[in-house]
Design a protein. Structure first.
Length: 164
């Protein structure tokens, strides 16, 4: 076989392989799609355990090894300003089962800019509450390469993220 014929054969086989793979329409699994950095699209208001909260500036990094790093700002409504705002940074694990995102927090740091003794005590209590909580389970309403929408049924809120 001539070198030209061998080259054309390899090119032809390569083209056929490319066409065959594109025809398969291979899609990513949810476990693959979620890996990366996600940022909350807009502030949400919720009532949790009788307390009105606003959650903003939420960002989460999901790693392929099943770990996560997240941060958010929580603002408690209807309290004095010095007791209202807390920054939460956490690490933990994640998994997806039956269209649910399950997260377990293994370490958390809750801080307050006001630094008052009462706000510091609230931050400490929030830390303990988060660390002793059961793993969270939220419904995955949508998950694409660029957007994720989650629904928390107990606290009754939906939160949307975009890939950073």
């Amino acid at each position: 076989m001539s070198i030209m014929r061998q080259y054309l054969r390899q090119v032809f086989i390569g083209l056929l392989s490319a066409v065959a793979l594109s025809a398969c329409n291979v899609t990513s699994s949810p476990d693959e799609l979620i890996v990366g950095d996600w940022t909350q699209v807009k502030t949400i208001s919720i009532v949790d355990a009788g307390v009105s909260l606003k959650i903003s500036e939420s960002a989460t990094r999901y790693l392929s090894d099943g770990t996560l790093q997240s941060s958010a700002r929580l603002k408690i409504e209807n309290v004095p300003e010095t007791l209202s705002t807390y920054d939460v940074k956490s690490v933990g694990t994640w998994k997806i089962e039956n269209s649910k995102l399950i997260e377990s927090i293994t370490d958390v740091d809750v801080t307050t800019a006001s630094g008052t003794p009462q706000a510091t005590a609230i931050a400490r209590q929030m830390t303990e509450t988060i660390l002793t909580a059961e793993p969270s389970s939220v419904d995955i309403l949508a998950l694409t390469k660029t957007q994720m929408t989650l629904r928390e049924t107990e606290a009754n809120y939906t939160i949307r993220f975009e890939r950073r």
